[in-house]
Design a protein around this ligand. Structure first.
Ligand code: 6R9
Length: 630
């Protein structure tokens, strides 16, 4: 399944485009199925209706666990490194992980979870999180993992959208020198969640929590009541595996739906190839399982390939800026997959934190989540990779399930800040605003994909129309990514950033409309407009223009009130970096806010505001510019 030379890549790519079904069937053959498919692919992008491996039967956990037991039962599946470096790390072999997953799957069953039921998981980065995810998959329940940084309201919205029956959480989470009271957040969320019957609580920080009779139960108690025998539920390839919520240009986050067979094949194939994973290597992806990167490249991709995956509970800068490198040294990490924002943040501490740390185990480096600037790319290459580890700059999305455009380590010649070339099976195309294909090289356009791949989303949960509108209606018969892209003279792709109203803050997608809705909830706010602006560490920051007629003498306090409101409504990750109070917003005569102008002001590029004559009241622009420069 692994590609070993550039020529082989070119041949494989050609086959994958000319005979996609034959190509993917060959890859899928390397996985474990209870019954093989009747048909590899049926599709149209107009409804959209996409089915891979129709008729096939399987359970993904048999691929991630059972099939490795005979030969690799004692091999480490998960290595866990705690937040506190003084505490012991934990290693779970495939055998132990299998046992724990089966046991916890029985806990879920005992608590009424059935095939197809939705389960919300809101947990710290501990091995039990992976266990909970896999236990759902074992019994055919659909998991919806929510990142630990979201507020009670965001969780409630997600739980209600998916009508979750059970929530799995913990008392709290450690993050650097902070503690997050997860159970408390869940308690607040559940006030408005009528579908939730059970909350399973793991003890981790052992902070006091409220436990409601008839609803809340302890993980540790429950696992004593069941055994480790849990045959895997036989599932259809197109049954739902998980829902993962992500932000788009509209106010409400969407539940991106992935199905079992195609997602498994795609996550496994891309993991094995892009990182050139070799037997017994340690793979360290620094993402949180609350994001797609964690789903595909901490859990499903690595485990489906029998790899050793490292889970890190903490943050790169705790207790100091050498922590991530220490983790690499301690566990002899071979492949390190991280985000530009982490690299830029660590870069700012200089080279001192690297002193005396042996990272010679490293063989491949990876980047994901946002465009990586050349400076960060070179720093990573020279200081971490010692100029001998290929860097794979992997472009993909929650919706794509796995890596789409990326170098293949030791195969594709890299170029700083370029995601380089499409992986086999991926057919990118650049289009102009009207959807006309932009051919040739040395061109810019909107990035679309013109042919299905197994890992692509199938729908948005509970609202198929929304899936169609968001991804398949902008351009006919194309999947629209929302990203702008350059294809250079060599045919190499460089992702230039979102072309819609989505801001990418530290690799996290945040919708401007969502932040605006949250700001507008503050009692004194009349209206607001939110745009992104370049931020040295985060990539993009959030800039909010707010109409707040009667704010107190103390504007700073009002700003803090607004931040608090956003934290309540969405979570701390969506807090604006800058808030500017204004008396009006630039609007067209039809009442639409002209964000293009606000974006320029936020960037400090006021010389290039473009045409403002179509504005209802061009004078507001002058006011905003003046205030922004104070
Ligand atoms: C995997 C993940 C997706 C958006 C995507 C794009 C940006 C991701 C990138 C990148 C440039 C890369 N993005 N990887 N931009 N170079 N290598 O991050 O999924 O959270 O859904 O974000 O992130 O803008 O559209 P998700």
């Amino acid at each position: 399944m692994q590609i070993n030379s550039f020529e082989e890549y070119q041949e494989t790519y050609k086959l994958s485009v000319e005979q996609p079904e034959q190509f993917w069937a060959g890859i899928a053959d390397k996985f474990l199925w209870r019954k093989k498919w009747d048909k590899v692919l049926s599709w149209n992008f107009s409804e959209p209706n996409i089915k891979w491996f129709e008729g096939a039967r399987l359970n993904i956990t048999e691929n991630c666990l059972d099939r490795h037991l005979a030969e690799n039962g004692d091999k480490p599946a998960i290595i866990w490194e705690p937040n506190d470096p003084q505490k012991d790390s934990i290693t779970l072999s495939y055998k132990i992980l299998h046992e724990q997953v089966c046991r916890f799957a029985n806990v879920l069953k005992k608590n009424g979870v059935k095939k197809g039921d939705r389960v919300c998981i809101y947990m710290p980065m501990v091995p039990e999180l992976a266990v909970a995810v896999l236990a759902c998959a074992r019994i055919g329940a659909v998991h919806s993992v929510v990142f630990g940084g979201f507020s009670a309201k965001s969780i409630a919205d997600r739980i209600n959208d998916a009508e979750c029956k059970v929530v799995i959480t913990a008392d709290g989470a450690f993050r650097g020198n902070k503690q997050i009271q997860l159970k408390e957040v869940i308690d607040d969320a559940l006030i408005g969640c009528p579908t939730v019957e059970r909350v399973i609580v793991l003890t981790h920080t052992r902070t006091p929590v409220s436990m409601l009779k008839g609803r809340d139960i302890w993980w540790e108690d429950e696992i004593k009541l069941v055994d480790t025998n849990c045959p895997a539920e036989e599932m259809d390839a197109e049954d739902l595996l998980f829902i993962l919520y992500t932000s788009g240009s509209t106010g409400k986050p969407k539940g991106v739906v992935h199905t079992i067979g195609g997602y498994m094949v795609y996550a496994g194939y891309t993991f094995s190839n892009v990182f050139n994973y070799q037997k017994d290597e340690v793979f360290f992806c620094t993402a949180d399982i609350g994001w797609i990167t964690g789903h595909s490249y901490i859990v499903y991709g690595p485990l489906s390939q029998g790899a050793t995956t490292l889970m890190f509970e903490g943050i790169p800068t705790y207790p100091d800026a050498s922590r991530m490198w220490q983790v690499v040294e301690k566990h002899k990490v071979n492949i390190l997959y991280t985000a530009p924002t982490a690299i830029r943040s660590l870069m700012s501490f200089g080279l001192e934190p690297l002193n005396g740390i042996d990272m010679s185990s490293l063989r491949v480096l990876g980047s994901v989540g946002e465009p990586i600037n050349e400076e960060a790319w070179h720093w990573f290459d020279e200081n971490i990779g010692k100029s001998k580890c290929p860097i794979v700059d992997t472009w993909w999305q929650t919706e794509t399930g796995g890596i789409m455009i990326s170098p293949i380590a030791y195969v594709t010649p890299t170029k700083p800040s370029f995601a380089t070339l499409p992986l086999p099976g991926i057919q990118p195309i650049l289009v102009d605003e009207n959807g006309k294909e932009i051919e040739g090289n040395g061109v810019n356009g909107n990035l679309c994909i013109k042919f299905p791949w197994p890992g692509m989303l199938r729908t948005t949960y509970g609202d198929h129309e929304r899936c169609k509108l968001t991804y398949f209606s902008t351009y006919e018969n194309l999947y629209f990514t929302g990203d702008g892209c350059l294809r250079d003279e060599d045919g190499y792709y460089r992702i230039t950033g979102r072309v819609d109203d989505v801001i990418n803050v530290s690799g996290h997608r945040i919708g401007t409309a969502e932040v605006e809705n949250a700001i507008n909830m503050h009692a004194g706010v009349v209206e607001s407009a939110v745009v992104g602006f370049p931020h040295e560490v985060k990539g993009q920051g959030i800039y909010a223009f707010v109409i707040f007629p009667n704010h107190h003498e103390d504007a700073d306090l009002t700003r803090k009130d607004i931040l608090q409101t956003v934290t309540r409504v969405i979570g701390a990750i969506a807090k604006p970096d800058k808030i500017l109070f204004v008396t009006g917003l630039p609007k067209t005569r039809s009442g639409k806010i002209m964000r293009r102008i606000l974006r320029k002001i936020a960037e400090g590029d006021i010389a290039n505001l473009g045409d403002i004559t179509t504005l209802l009241d061009p004078a507001v622009v002058e006011e905003i510019i003046e205030k922004s420069q104070k």
